[in-house]
Design a protein around this ligand. Structure first.
Ligand SMILES: Cc1ncc(COP(=O)(O)O)c(C=O)c1O
Length: 646
């Protein structure tokens, strides 16, 4: 097993045992005091409004007592929280919080900046835009704000809204050439037929938006107002989906995503008014996007003249951490564009986005596959390396700082590859012209509220993201150390899993159904001799119950904490379904599509993002401890015969 030095990570977190309590406490007190002085120094000549003796008054004391009581109750209640910080927790996509982010967020909170606009957040809006640029550089997007084609990024409440933002922008860009055409604007490259205009690829959409900006710049104010109104009245944002498509005689477009896609894509299709039926899920191959199946689907859509709004590639699936071949997906997108079937590509890297730090040097250059590979047992596969390179070819990307960015919740991020397009989402008709307007990048985008799906939003988490990315730059020697720890954790987990599978062989058949691409690993276990999927699923649910934080018992009684997911045959594909069933001693036809309890396999799911999984302070690693615990659980459950009526 390769060795991993956790030393650089020691100051990064409060720590499993709150080892860095002194550091966090001193930061909290120092910057709280700093905030106090800021208030006092605003106008030191002002007299205190709250009298010095107020804290001895009856009402004051009553209030304080009630507040203390409620806070104590809250604090007591929160002790029943899930111990995300602990290396014993390997359940969902969350772990300890990075100290710079936690401290920056706490520091910023009392200032209460509202990142809806620069008026309400003169400091933290800029940080949000900078955090967007930091992430853009990490994925290989142009990230120099002086470059007109620089990328643009902003935070969202989470991955769900970042994905929705991807759909919004794809729709705005797709529909814009049709609006230009219907308004009668004459531009080179604008087809005369709405169906052709609707089928342009994003590169051509971009060129038309820019040509439209230039054209407006050359117009006299009155003429410009006239043409703007004409275009505005034909936009999908004015007409709505139904009006726009009815008026232009176009079919509603579909969105394509792999069957492993997060359910936020279904939410997004509904929120946009497209409807869930317009979301087409492509069957998987080994939990990765099956490009042949996608190609067949696209051929069929081209034949039926069904427009495609966007295709989604997943960079780190929610359930399996698998990574779609984004580079080859981009090749397919280019081939489709060449035959007149344009659509946007969005990478849902909500989970895996920060893994890109492993592939980037401090000077921004890419690291070769061999260099990255030299640090690990098997990571990254050539395909994963290709997918990382494919990120920069996406039109937009979702990355969640509140997942592998180890930052507090409320921080997803949306990136688009060309800042000049984001104006299409702006509220108010001064869109697009702004793109050509004077003012630097930060000035131009200072009123974030015009583009984002939210209105008021916290500036504190923008400060947290920005400061964290400054303390730990997004390259392999800094932030990459954290990602490396999680990959080492996953590789060690696989090794432990293999020994566990051998040890429990007399009792149960177990397997890792899919070799992970990153740091999420599933495990399926079937009691020996069992051929019934219902029973297997009950068995797995019972294991999961023992790995859950049960509010009915004290937290300390839970030894390790995990999560479950299910393997559906449509996501696995026929060959893998057959392989997994056989490996578990189940018949090829054991799954029953008509039985909700037996149409899929329940498996344990492990998110290996805690950086201290391999600590040996307890005599062995947390992962070894987990498998020893799991072995005891399996033995205990197998020994108890099921009730006949179960
Ligand atoms: C791949 C992927 N996309 C999107 C999301 C949604 O993110 P959020 O829960 O932050 O809205 C998740 C959440 O797990 C995810 O794994």
């Amino acid at each position: 097993m390769s060795t991993f030095d956790p030393t650089p990570l020691f100051p990064c977190f409060l720590g499993p045992y709150a080892e860095n309590d002194g550091l966090l406490e001193s930061l909290t007190v120092e910057f709280l005091r700093d905030h106090v002085y800021w208030r006092r120094n605003l106008h030191p000549e002002d007299m205190p409004v709250i009298p010095t003796g107020a804290n001895r008054g009856r009402a004051y004391l009553d209030f304080e007592a009630r507040m203390r009581r409620e806070l104590h109750q809250l604090s007591a209640a929160l002790k029943r929280s899930i111990p995300f910080h602990s290396p014993r927790y390997i359940g969902h996509m969350v772990s300890d919080l990075l100290l710079p982010g936690l401290a920056a967020q706490m520091l910023a909170l009392p200032y209460n900046p509202n990142n809806v606009s620069a008026d309400a957040a003169p400091v933290t809006i800029r940080m949000e835009l900078q955090a967007g640029l930091q992430l853009a550089a990490m994925v290989g997007y142009p990230a120099d704000p002086a470059d007109p084609a620089c990328a643009f990024g902003h935070l969202t409440s989470g991955g769900t809204l970042a994905n929705v933002q991807g759909l919004r922008l794809a729709l705005a860009m797709k529909a814009f050439p049709v609006a230009l055409l219907r308004a009668g604007v004459a531009l080179d490259g604008l087809p005369g037929d709405p169906r052709e205009a609707y089928a342009l690829p994003p590169s051509a959409q971009r060129a038309l938006v820019l040509a439209w900006q230039d054209l407006q710049a050359s117009m006299a104010p009155r003429e410009r107002r006239h043409w703007r109104q004409a275009v505005e009245s034909e936009r999908v944002e004015s007409l709505g989906l139904a009006g726009f498509h009815a008026r232009s005689g176009l079919a509603i477009p579909v969105v394509i995503a792999p069957s492993t896609a997060h359910y936020s894509w279904s939410k997004g299709a509904k929120m946009l008014g497209l409807g869930r039926d317009q979301l087409r899920l492509v069957p998987g191959r080994s939990m990765r996007l099956d490009l042949d199946a996608l190609s067949t689907l696209l051929d069929g859509l081209a034949r039926d003249d069904t427009p495609v709004l966007a295709t989604v590639g997943v960079f780190g699936s929610t359930e399996f951490g698998t990574i779609d071949p984004l580079d080859r997906l981009a090749d397919l997108r280019d081939a489709c564009a060449a035959r007149g079937q344009g659509f946007a590509l969005h990478a849902d890297a909500a989970w895996g986005g920060y893994l890109a730090t492993l592939f980037r040097d401090g000077d921004g250059s890419e690291r070769s596959w061999a260099l990255v590979r030299s640090e690990f047992e098997a990571f990254p596969s050539r395909e994963v390396h290709g997918a990382v390179q494919g990120l920069a070819r996406m039109d937009s990307i979702t990355i969640d700082p509140h997942k592998l960015g180890y930052l507090p919740y409320g921080a997803g991020a949306f990136l688009c590859r060309d800042q000049r397009m984001i104006g299409l989402l702006a509220e108010g008709a001064d869109y697009v012209f702004d793109g050509a307007a004077s003012g630097d990048y930060f000035e131009r985008h200072r009123n974030l509220g015009r583009y984002i799906p939210e209105g008021s939003k916290p500036g504190a988490n923008a400060a947290a993201a920005y400061v964290t990315h400054r303390v730990l730059p997004l390259d392999w020697t800094h932030f990459g150390r954290l990602q490396a720890a999680s990959i080492h954790g996953a590789e060690a987990f696989l090794e432990e899993a293999s020994a566990f599978i051998d040890r429990i062989a007399p009792l149960a058949l177990a397997l890792v159904p899919f070799q992970p691409d990153s740091n999420l690993v599933c495990l399926a276990i079937n009691p020996r001799g069992n051929t019934c999927v219902r029973r297997l699923n009950r068995f797995m649910r019972a294991l999961h119950a023992a790995l859950s934080a049960d509010p009915g018992r004290t937290l300390q009684q839970g030894e390790y904490f995990g999560s479950i997911t299910t393997l559906r045959p449509d996501a696995m594909g026929a060959a893998d379904t057959a392989r997994v069933l056989a490996g578990l001693g189940l018949d090829a036809d054991a799954l029953d599509a008509d039985d909700d309890e037996a149409d899929r396999l329940v498996v344990l799911r492990h998110t290996l993002m805690n950086p201290f999984l391999l600590d040996e302070g307890n005599g062995s690693t947390y992962l070894a401890g987990y498998f020893a615990f799991l072995e005891r659980l399996v033995a205990g459950l197998v020994a108890v015969p099921e009730r006949a009526d179960a």
